[in-house]
Ligand binder design. Structure first.
Ligand SMILES: *[C@@H]1O[C@H](CO)[C@@H](O)[C@H](O)[C@H]1NC(C)=O
Ligand SMILES: *[C@@H]1O[C@H](CO)[C@@H](O)[C@H](O)[C@H]1NC(C)=O
Length: 351
């Protein structure tokens, strides 16, 4: 009898809940289920949606202040483990405070196209173990708690493009993708990526970087994508960009003022792409560019004031290499490389 009572109670409870469940199916068939989400009224103007696998996404794009967001997260949350937090096109939230997100944890944090100026150190404390993507692109961020980056043990992608950030100290064992395009980065040190061993994609386009020290983008076993377009580079030293030869890489350097490049400045791009279009190159040195083309990487060199003297003979004489050069490559006077007569270089005594 002693054992029977709890079982009987359990049966009663199951019957009761089942009845309620069927009942709710009948009366609320057109409404979405509440649980696992909080009460919709409690979290207005945020909305919570859960999919069939009970993954909850929270959208707080309509919050009008820091206080309102904190109030939302002080509501009763039956479950605090969310998939995405989203806040887009918001004109009010300037600071993500330590209290903003309460005890909730997220896999993806997307605060985009808004007016966010700062993120407090512990604002994402509860997502240290869960966050895989942090995307705060196109805000007004002049600071970010980079000192906590190493605590985000699952973080794969950090997109802080289109903000007002300088280059930070970076440390992450998990980070694969970093986007700091269109910020206020004016320099990167040779050790900038020393503490991001898994980094595979680096986007730094649209900054004011004028110099890449030897070794900056080298020695990372996953690195296959480096974008430095629209910076202020004038020269590439030896060993500046060394990708991993295991996958076809991409090196984008278009729209800088690169006038000279050192031997072995870009290596291991086999089968990939190198874009140095719209720069200030007058010569195409064989010892720099032949190794790249020999690895069957496509080379875009259009919009450079190429002199097209003997320095380019090696390329014009080898049609298999010339095929790898993107259409539109021309000399300073507009003549297409593809139209140049290899015989001319022989007639004029080029070695
Ligand atoms: C999370 O939200 C972002 C941005 O809205 C979206 O691109 C992404 O697919 C979402 N992730 C999941 C798993 O739904
Ligand atoms: C070429 O680069 C300059 C900056 O060096 C930029 O202002 C211009 O828009 C670029 N042109 C093209 C066609 O990309």
């Amino acid at each position: 009898m002693k054992k029977f009572a709890p079982v009987g109670f359990l049966l009663l409870l199951i019957t009761f809940c089942h009845g309620r469940f069927l009942n709710s199916l009948h009366t609320e068939a057109s409404h979405w289920r509440k649980l696992p989400c909080p009460n919709p009224e409690d979290i207005l103007p945020c909305t919570c949606t859960a999919d069939q696998d009970n993954r909850m996404d929270l959208d707080c794009s309509l919050v009008a202040s820091e206080e309102e967001l904190e109030r939302v997260f002080s509501a009763t949350f039956p479950f605090s483990t969310f998939r995405n937090f989203t806040l887009v096109d918001n004109a009010y939230l300037k600071t993500l405070t330590d209290q903003s997100l309460g005890i909730a944890s997220f896999t993806g944090v997307y605060i985009m196209n808004s007016v966010l100026e700062g993120v407090e150190s512990n604002a994402l404390l509860n997502s240290f173990g869960t966050a895989q993507v942090i995307n705060m692109q196109n805000n007004l961020l002049s600071s970010f708690p980079f000192e906590t980056l190493s605590s985000f043990s699952s973080l794969v992608e950090l997109d802080l493009s289109d903000n007002k950030l300088a280059f930070p100290a970076l440390g992450s064992e998990s980070l694969l993708i970093l986007d700091l395009s269109n910020n206020l980065v004016d320099s990167v040190s040779a050790t900038a990526f020393s503490d991001t061993p898994e980094i595979s994609e680096i986007n730094l386009g649209g900054n004011q970087i004028s110099h890449i020290p030897t070794g900056t983008f080298a020695g990372h076993h996953n690195l296959y994508h480096v974008n430095l377009e629209s910076n202020a580079l004038t020269y590439l030293p030896e060993g500046a960009i060394q990708l991993t030869s295991s996958s076809s890489g991409t090196v984008i350097l278009r729209s800088n003022q690169i006038a000279d490049v050192a031997v072995n400045c870009i290596t291991d791009v086999s089968g990939g792409n190198v874009d140095v279009s719209n720069n200030s190159l007058k010569a195409l040195k064989e010892d720099v560019f032949r190794p790249i083309l020999d690895e069957e990487a496509a080379l875009d060199i259009k919009n450079n004031p190429l002199t097209c003297g003997c320095d380019i003979a090696w390329l014009i004489r080898d049609s298999s290499l010339l095929k790898l050069v993107a259409e539109g490559a021309a000399c300073f006077d507009g003549e297409l490389l593809a139209d140049l007569d290899p015989g001319m270089f022989d007639d004029l005594g080029c070695p």
